[in-house]
Write a protein that binds this ligand. Structure first.
Ligand code: ADP
Ligand code: MG
Length: 378
Protein backbone atom coordinates (compact mmCIF):
# COMPACT_ATOMS: atom_id res chain seq x y z
CA UNK A 1 0.00 0.00 0.00
CA UNK A 2 2.86 2.38 0.89
CA UNK A 3 4.38 2.50 -2.60
CA UNK A 4 0.99 3.10 -4.22
CA UNK A 5 0.14 5.98 -1.92
CA UNK A 6 3.54 7.60 -2.34
CA UNK A 7 3.32 7.25 -6.12
CA UNK A 8 -0.12 8.91 -6.09
CA UNK A 9 1.26 11.63 -3.88
CA UNK A 10 4.15 12.32 -6.23
CA UNK A 11 1.82 12.45 -9.21
CA UNK A 12 -0.61 14.81 -7.51
CA UNK A 13 1.69 17.11 -5.56
CA UNK A 14 5.05 16.62 -7.25
CA UNK A 15 7.13 16.07 -4.13
CA UNK A 16 8.32 13.23 -1.91
CA UNK A 17 6.35 12.40 1.22
CA UNK A 18 6.58 10.74 4.60
CA UNK A 19 4.17 7.89 5.36
CA UNK A 20 2.23 7.27 8.58
CA UNK A 21 -0.21 4.53 9.48
CA UNK A 22 -2.64 3.60 12.19
CA UNK A 23 -4.78 0.56 12.76
CA UNK A 24 -8.32 -0.58 13.26
CA UNK A 25 -9.04 -2.59 16.41
CA UNK A 26 -10.85 -5.52 17.90
CA UNK A 27 -12.05 -5.87 21.47
CA UNK A 28 -11.51 -9.42 22.67
CA UNK A 29 -13.72 -9.12 25.72
CA UNK A 30 -15.21 -6.42 27.98
CA UNK A 31 -18.44 -5.25 26.37
CA UNK A 32 -20.77 -2.55 27.76
CA UNK A 33 -18.24 -2.14 30.56
CA UNK A 34 -16.89 1.31 29.66
CA UNK A 35 -19.82 3.31 31.02
CA UNK A 36 -19.86 1.09 34.10
CA UNK A 37 -16.30 2.02 35.06
CA UNK A 38 -15.04 -1.45 34.13
CA UNK A 39 -12.41 -2.86 31.79
CA UNK A 40 -12.14 -3.23 28.04
CA UNK A 41 -9.55 -5.40 26.33
CA UNK A 42 -8.79 -4.20 22.80
CA UNK A 43 -5.88 -4.65 20.42
CA UNK A 44 -4.84 -3.01 17.15
CA UNK A 45 -5.10 -5.19 14.04
CA UNK A 46 -3.32 -5.65 10.72
CA UNK A 47 -5.81 -3.40 8.90
CA UNK A 48 -4.62 0.15 8.44
CA UNK A 49 -5.23 3.65 7.30
CA UNK A 50 -2.06 4.91 5.67
CA UNK A 51 -1.27 8.52 4.70
CA UNK A 52 1.57 10.05 2.70
CA UNK A 53 2.15 13.61 3.89
CA UNK A 54 4.34 16.59 3.12
CA UNK A 55 4.34 20.11 4.59
CA UNK A 56 3.31 22.54 1.82
CA UNK A 57 4.31 25.95 3.23
CA UNK A 58 0.76 27.36 2.94
CA UNK A 59 -2.09 27.68 5.43
CA UNK A 60 -4.18 25.11 3.57
CA UNK A 61 -4.58 21.36 3.84
CA UNK A 62 -4.98 19.55 0.53
CA UNK A 63 -6.25 15.99 0.78
CA UNK A 64 -6.77 13.22 -1.73
CA UNK A 65 -8.73 10.18 -0.55
CA UNK A 66 -7.84 7.26 -2.81
CA UNK A 67 -10.67 5.08 -1.55
CA UNK A 68 -13.32 7.77 -1.97
CA UNK A 69 -11.68 8.92 -5.21
CA UNK A 70 -12.22 12.46 -3.98
CA UNK A 71 -10.21 15.59 -3.33
CA UNK A 72 -10.73 18.32 -0.76
CA UNK A 73 -9.02 21.51 0.40
CA UNK A 74 -9.59 23.34 3.64
CA UNK A 75 -8.07 26.02 5.87
CA UNK A 76 -7.23 25.53 9.52
CA UNK A 77 -9.72 27.88 11.16
CA UNK A 78 -12.99 26.74 12.72
CA UNK A 79 -15.07 28.26 9.91
CA UNK A 80 -13.12 26.25 7.29
CA UNK A 81 -14.81 22.93 8.13
CA UNK A 82 -15.29 20.89 4.94
CA UNK A 83 -18.63 19.41 3.93
CA UNK A 84 -17.34 15.94 3.05
CA UNK A 85 -17.69 13.56 5.98
CA UNK A 86 -14.39 11.77 5.34
CA UNK A 87 -12.51 15.09 5.31
CA UNK A 88 -14.10 16.24 8.55
CA UNK A 89 -12.17 13.53 10.41
CA UNK A 90 -8.90 15.09 9.25
CA UNK A 91 -10.09 18.67 9.76
CA UNK A 92 -11.26 17.70 13.26
CA UNK A 93 -7.87 16.24 14.16
CA UNK A 94 -6.18 19.46 12.98
CA UNK A 95 -8.59 21.60 14.98
CA UNK A 96 -8.41 19.51 18.15
CA UNK A 97 -4.60 19.56 17.99
CA UNK A 98 -4.63 23.36 17.65
CA UNK A 99 -7.17 23.72 20.49
CA UNK A 100 -4.73 21.88 22.76
CA UNK A 101 -1.96 24.33 21.96
CA UNK A 102 -0.34 22.14 19.30
CA UNK A 103 1.04 23.46 16.02
CA UNK A 104 -0.56 22.57 12.68
CA UNK A 105 0.41 24.19 9.39
CA UNK A 106 -0.58 23.52 5.81
CA UNK A 107 0.16 20.08 4.40
CA UNK A 108 -0.61 17.89 1.42
CA UNK A 109 -1.72 14.31 1.87
CA UNK A 110 -2.89 11.24 0.00
CA UNK A 111 -4.44 8.47 2.09
CA UNK A 112 -6.05 5.06 1.73
CA UNK A 113 -6.92 2.12 3.92
CA UNK A 114 -8.09 -1.44 4.29
CA UNK A 115 -10.04 -1.23 7.56
CA UNK A 116 -13.56 -2.26 6.56
CA UNK A 117 -15.87 0.74 6.99
CA UNK A 118 -18.66 0.48 9.53
CA UNK A 119 -17.93 -3.18 10.37
CA UNK A 120 -17.13 -2.40 14.00
CA UNK A 121 -13.35 -2.30 13.49
CA UNK A 122 -13.22 1.46 13.92
CA UNK A 123 -11.92 2.71 10.62
CA UNK A 124 -12.72 6.23 11.84
CA UNK A 125 -10.41 5.88 14.86
CA UNK A 126 -7.69 4.54 12.57
CA UNK A 127 -8.08 7.60 10.37
CA UNK A 128 -8.00 10.03 13.29
CA UNK A 129 -5.06 8.33 14.99
CA UNK A 130 -3.05 8.24 11.78
CA UNK A 131 -3.33 12.01 11.35
CA UNK A 132 -3.02 12.82 15.07
CA UNK A 133 0.22 10.83 15.18
CA UNK A 134 1.48 12.42 11.94
CA UNK A 135 0.77 16.02 13.04
CA UNK A 136 2.54 15.32 16.32
CA UNK A 137 5.61 14.08 14.47
CA UNK A 138 5.63 16.71 11.70
CA UNK A 139 4.84 19.85 13.66
CA UNK A 140 5.20 19.15 17.38
CA UNK A 141 8.44 17.17 17.91
CA UNK A 142 6.28 14.35 19.30
CA UNK A 143 5.66 16.41 22.43
CA UNK A 144 1.94 15.63 22.62
CA UNK A 145 1.62 12.50 24.73
CA UNK A 146 -0.06 9.40 23.36
CA UNK A 147 -3.12 9.57 25.53
CA UNK A 148 -3.73 13.12 24.33
CA UNK A 149 -3.49 11.86 20.74
CA UNK A 150 -6.28 9.40 21.51
CA UNK A 151 -8.34 12.20 23.02
CA UNK A 152 -7.79 14.34 19.92
CA UNK A 153 -9.42 11.53 17.93
CA UNK A 154 -12.25 11.12 20.42
CA UNK A 155 -12.97 14.88 20.46
CA UNK A 156 -12.95 14.86 16.66
CA UNK A 157 -15.79 12.33 16.72
CA UNK A 158 -17.68 14.39 19.32
CA UNK A 159 -17.20 17.84 17.83
CA UNK A 160 -16.91 17.30 14.07
CA UNK A 161 -18.59 13.97 13.28
CA UNK A 162 -21.55 13.83 15.67
CA UNK A 163 -20.51 10.53 17.27
CA UNK A 164 -20.56 10.50 21.06
CA UNK A 165 -18.00 7.70 21.50
CA UNK A 166 -15.83 6.60 24.42
CA UNK A 167 -12.05 6.49 24.36
CA UNK A 168 -11.44 2.78 23.63
CA UNK A 169 -11.18 2.88 19.84
CA UNK A 170 -8.72 5.74 19.64
CA UNK A 171 -6.81 4.40 22.62
CA UNK A 172 -6.39 1.02 20.91
CA UNK A 173 -5.43 2.58 17.60
CA UNK A 174 -2.76 4.80 19.18
CA UNK A 175 -1.37 2.41 21.81
CA UNK A 176 -1.68 -0.88 19.92
CA UNK A 177 1.36 -3.16 19.98
CA UNK A 178 2.10 -6.30 17.98
CA UNK A 179 1.14 -9.52 19.78
CA UNK A 180 -0.37 -7.61 22.71
CA UNK A 181 -3.84 -6.82 23.92
CA UNK A 182 -4.40 -3.94 26.29
CA UNK A 183 -6.54 -3.89 29.36
CA UNK A 184 -7.86 -0.39 29.73
CA UNK A 185 -9.41 0.53 33.06
CA UNK A 186 -12.23 2.84 32.02
CA UNK A 187 -12.36 4.39 35.47
CA UNK A 188 -8.71 5.28 36.11
CA UNK A 189 -7.72 5.18 32.41
CA UNK A 190 -4.69 3.10 33.38
CA UNK A 191 -3.68 0.43 30.94
CA UNK A 192 -1.60 -2.71 30.90
CA UNK A 193 -0.32 -4.87 28.05
CA UNK A 194 -0.90 -8.63 27.99
CA UNK A 195 0.71 -11.11 25.58
CA UNK A 196 -1.53 -12.35 22.80
CA UNK A 197 0.08 -14.66 20.28
CA UNK A 198 -2.29 -17.57 19.91
CA UNK A 199 -0.03 -20.05 18.13
CA UNK A 200 -2.17 -22.72 16.50
CA UNK A 201 -5.29 -20.55 16.55
CA UNK A 202 -6.74 -17.94 14.25
CA UNK A 203 -8.71 -14.86 15.18
CA UNK A 204 -11.47 -14.25 12.66
CA UNK A 205 -14.44 -11.94 12.51
CA UNK A 206 -17.65 -12.84 10.76
CA UNK A 207 -19.54 -9.76 9.69
CA UNK A 208 -23.25 -10.54 9.56
CA UNK A 209 -23.73 -7.32 7.55
CA UNK A 210 -27.00 -6.75 9.36
CA UNK A 211 -27.73 -3.75 11.56
CA UNK A 212 -31.07 -3.65 13.33
CA UNK A 213 -32.25 -0.09 13.78
CA UNK A 214 -34.11 0.08 17.04
CA UNK A 215 -36.57 2.76 17.94
CA UNK A 216 -36.45 2.93 21.72
CA UNK A 217 -32.72 3.76 22.15
CA UNK A 218 -31.77 0.46 23.80
CA UNK A 219 -28.29 1.76 24.58
CA UNK A 220 -29.62 4.49 26.86
CA UNK A 221 -32.00 2.03 28.48
CA UNK A 222 -29.10 -0.30 29.32
CA UNK A 223 -27.20 2.59 30.84
CA UNK A 224 -30.20 3.63 32.89
CA UNK A 225 -30.66 0.09 34.24
CA UNK A 226 -27.02 0.01 35.32
CA UNK A 227 -27.29 3.41 36.96
CA UNK A 228 -30.45 2.39 38.84
CA UNK A 229 -28.84 -0.74 40.26
CA UNK A 230 -25.66 1.16 41.19
CA UNK A 231 -27.79 3.75 43.01
CA UNK A 232 -29.69 1.02 44.86
CA UNK A 233 -26.37 -0.50 45.92
CA UNK A 234 -25.00 2.88 46.93
CA UNK A 235 -21.97 2.62 44.63
CA UNK A 236 -20.82 5.04 41.97
CA UNK A 237 -20.78 2.48 39.15
CA UNK A 238 -21.26 -1.28 38.84
CA UNK A 239 -17.48 -1.57 38.82
CA UNK A 240 -17.77 -1.64 42.61
CA UNK A 241 -20.57 -4.24 42.71
CA UNK A 242 -20.31 -7.98 43.37
CA UNK A 243 -22.73 -10.87 42.83
CA UNK A 244 -23.29 -11.04 46.58
CA UNK A 245 -24.21 -7.37 46.78
CA UNK A 246 -26.55 -7.81 43.84
CA UNK A 247 -28.23 -10.83 45.46
CA UNK A 248 -28.92 -8.69 48.55
CA UNK A 249 -30.98 -6.19 46.56
CA UNK A 250 -32.68 -8.70 44.32
CA UNK A 251 -36.18 -7.77 45.58
CA UNK A 252 -35.44 -4.04 45.39
CA UNK A 253 -34.71 -3.96 41.65
CA UNK A 254 -36.72 -5.09 38.64
CA UNK A 255 -35.93 -8.46 37.12
CA UNK A 256 -34.70 -6.72 34.01
CA UNK A 257 -32.34 -4.41 35.90
CA UNK A 258 -31.13 -7.41 37.89
CA UNK A 259 -30.16 -9.29 34.74
CA UNK A 260 -28.46 -6.24 33.22
CA UNK A 261 -26.34 -5.81 36.34
CA UNK A 262 -25.60 -9.54 36.50
CA UNK A 263 -24.07 -9.33 33.05
CA UNK A 264 -21.94 -6.28 33.87
CA UNK A 265 -20.59 -7.78 37.09
CA UNK A 266 -19.76 -11.04 35.32
CA UNK A 267 -18.13 -9.22 32.43
CA UNK A 268 -15.76 -7.32 34.69
CA UNK A 269 -14.57 -10.60 36.19
CA UNK A 270 -14.27 -12.27 32.78
CA UNK A 271 -11.85 -9.61 31.54
CA UNK A 272 -9.66 -10.24 34.59
CA UNK A 273 -9.92 -14.01 34.09
CA UNK A 274 -8.93 -13.69 30.42
CA UNK A 275 -5.88 -11.62 31.41
CA UNK A 276 -4.80 -14.30 33.91
CA UNK A 277 -5.35 -16.99 31.28
CA UNK A 278 -3.22 -15.12 28.74
CA UNK A 279 -0.36 -14.87 31.22
CA UNK A 280 -0.46 -18.69 31.25
CA UNK A 281 -1.00 -19.00 27.50
CA UNK A 282 -4.30 -20.74 28.24
CA UNK A 283 -6.40 -19.97 25.15
CA UNK A 284 -9.06 -22.54 26.01
CA UNK A 285 -10.08 -20.49 29.05
CA UNK A 286 -10.02 -17.34 26.91
CA UNK A 287 -12.44 -19.02 24.51
CA UNK A 288 -14.74 -20.21 27.29
CA UNK A 289 -15.00 -16.66 28.62
CA UNK A 290 -15.86 -15.41 25.13
CA UNK A 291 -18.79 -17.84 24.93
CA UNK A 292 -19.93 -16.77 28.40
CA UNK A 293 -19.85 -13.15 27.29
CA UNK A 294 -21.96 -14.00 24.28
CA UNK A 295 -24.54 -15.77 26.43
CA UNK A 296 -24.63 -12.85 28.84
CA UNK A 297 -25.02 -10.30 26.07
CA UNK A 298 -27.74 -12.38 24.49
CA UNK A 299 -29.81 -13.48 27.49
CA UNK A 300 -29.10 -11.03 30.31
CA UNK A 301 -28.17 -7.85 28.50
CA UNK A 302 -30.40 -8.62 25.49
CA UNK A 303 -28.34 -6.81 22.87
CA UNK A 304 -27.89 -9.71 20.46
CA UNK A 305 -30.05 -10.55 17.47
CA UNK A 306 -31.11 -13.68 15.63
CA UNK A 307 -28.32 -13.53 13.05
CA UNK A 308 -25.53 -13.16 15.62
CA UNK A 309 -26.95 -15.86 17.85
CA UNK A 310 -27.05 -18.09 14.79
CA UNK A 311 -23.38 -17.42 13.98
CA UNK A 312 -22.57 -18.18 17.60
CA UNK A 313 -24.47 -21.49 17.43
CA UNK A 314 -22.64 -22.47 14.25
CA UNK A 315 -19.32 -21.66 15.96
CA UNK A 316 -20.21 -24.02 18.81
CA UNK A 317 -21.23 -26.77 16.41
CA UNK A 318 -17.91 -26.42 14.58
CA UNK A 319 -15.83 -26.74 17.74
CA UNK A 320 -14.66 -23.14 17.71
CA UNK A 321 -12.71 -22.30 20.89
CA UNK A 322 -14.47 -19.00 21.60
CA UNK A 323 -17.06 -16.83 19.87
CA UNK A 324 -19.07 -13.79 20.79
CA UNK A 325 -20.76 -10.66 19.51
CA UNK A 326 -18.27 -7.85 19.23
CA UNK A 327 -19.42 -4.29 19.77
CA UNK A 328 -22.61 -2.74 21.07
CA UNK A 329 -24.87 -5.42 19.59
CA UNK A 330 -27.98 -5.69 17.39
CA UNK A 331 -25.81 -6.55 14.39
CA UNK A 332 -22.26 -6.32 13.15
CA UNK A 333 -19.61 -8.98 13.73
CA UNK A 334 -18.86 -11.98 15.85
CA UNK A 335 -15.24 -12.42 16.92
CA UNK A 336 -14.01 -16.00 16.90
CA UNK A 337 -10.94 -17.75 18.26
CA UNK A 338 -10.58 -20.98 16.34
CA UNK A 339 -8.00 -23.76 16.18
CA UNK A 340 -6.20 -23.76 12.83
CA UNK A 341 -7.33 -27.30 12.01
CA UNK A 342 -10.98 -26.34 12.50
CA UNK A 343 -10.78 -23.06 10.64
CA UNK A 344 -11.58 -24.17 7.06
CA UNK A 345 -14.58 -26.21 8.10
CA UNK A 346 -15.88 -23.42 10.33
CA UNK A 347 -15.67 -20.79 7.63
CA UNK A 348 -17.22 -23.00 4.95
CA UNK A 349 -20.03 -24.10 7.28
CA UNK A 350 -20.77 -20.59 8.52
CA UNK A 351 -20.92 -19.22 4.98
CA UNK A 352 -23.11 -22.02 3.71
CA UNK A 353 -25.57 -22.13 6.61
CA UNK A 354 -25.86 -18.37 7.05
CA UNK A 355 -26.40 -17.87 3.36
CA UNK A 356 -29.11 -20.52 3.29
CA UNK A 357 -30.92 -18.88 6.22
CA UNK A 358 -30.39 -15.18 5.55
CA UNK A 359 -29.72 -14.93 1.84
CA UNK A 360 -26.15 -13.66 1.99
CA UNK A 361 -22.79 -14.87 3.23
CA UNK A 362 -21.10 -13.26 6.23
CA UNK A 363 -17.96 -11.34 5.36
CA UNK A 364 -14.83 -13.10 6.65
CA UNK A 365 -12.22 -10.79 8.20
CA UNK A 366 -9.04 -12.46 9.48
CA UNK A 367 -7.09 -10.36 11.94
CA UNK A 368 -3.64 -10.43 13.52
CA UNK A 369 -2.84 -8.26 16.53
CA UNK A 370 -0.42 -5.62 15.29
CA UNK A 371 1.13 -2.22 15.94
CA UNK A 372 -1.01 0.89 16.25
CA UNK A 373 -0.06 4.40 15.07
CA UNK A 374 3.46 4.64 13.65
CA UNK A 375 5.67 6.18 11.02
CA UNK A 376 6.17 3.75 8.15
CA UNK A 377 9.92 3.59 7.60
CA UNK A 378 11.43 2.60 4.25
P1 ADP B 1 -16.28 2.52 11.79
O1 ADP B 1 -17.04 1.63 12.70
O2 ADP B 1 -15.55 1.75 10.75
O3 ADP B 1 -15.40 3.48 12.54
P2 ADP B 1 -17.63 4.95 11.16
O4 ADP B 1 -18.95 5.21 10.52
O5 ADP B 1 -17.38 5.44 12.52
O6 ADP B 1 -17.37 3.38 11.03
O7 ADP B 1 -16.49 5.60 10.25
C1 ADP B 1 -16.48 5.38 8.87
C2 ADP B 1 -16.15 6.69 8.18
O8 ADP B 1 -14.75 7.00 8.32
C3 ADP B 1 -16.37 6.63 6.68
O9 ADP B 1 -17.71 6.95 6.36
C4 ADP B 1 -15.41 7.70 6.18
O10 ADP B 1 -15.94 8.98 6.33
C5 ADP B 1 -14.24 7.54 7.15
N1 ADP B 1 -13.26 6.57 6.59
C6 ADP B 1 -12.90 5.38 7.13
N2 ADP B 1 -12.00 4.74 6.35
C7 ADP B 1 -11.79 5.54 5.28
C8 ADP B 1 -10.98 5.44 4.11
N3 ADP B 1 -10.22 4.35 3.88
N4 ADP B 1 -11.02 6.47 3.23
C9 ADP B 1 -11.79 7.55 3.46
N5 ADP B 1 -12.57 7.70 4.53
C10 ADP B 1 -12.58 6.72 5.44
MG1 MG C 1 -16.13 4.81 14.00
Amino acid sequence: MKEQIQAQFKQRFGTDSVVYASAGRINLIGEHTDYNGGFVFPGAIDKYIMAAININGTDKVRVLSMDMDAYCEFGLNEEDAPQEQWARYIFGVCRETIKRGGVVKGFDTVFAGNVPLGAGLSSSAALESCFAFALNDLFNDNKIDKFELAKIGQSTEHNYCGVNCGIMDQFASVFGKKDCLMRLDCRSLEHEYFPFHPDGYKLVLLNSKVKHELVDSPYNKRRESCERVAATLGVETLRDATYTMLADVRDKVSDEDYRRARFVIGEKQRVLDVCDALERGDYETVGRCMFETHDGLSRDYEVSCEELDYLNDVARECGVTGSRIMGGGFGGCTINLVKEERYDNFIATAKEKFNRKYGHEPEVINVIISDGAHKVED
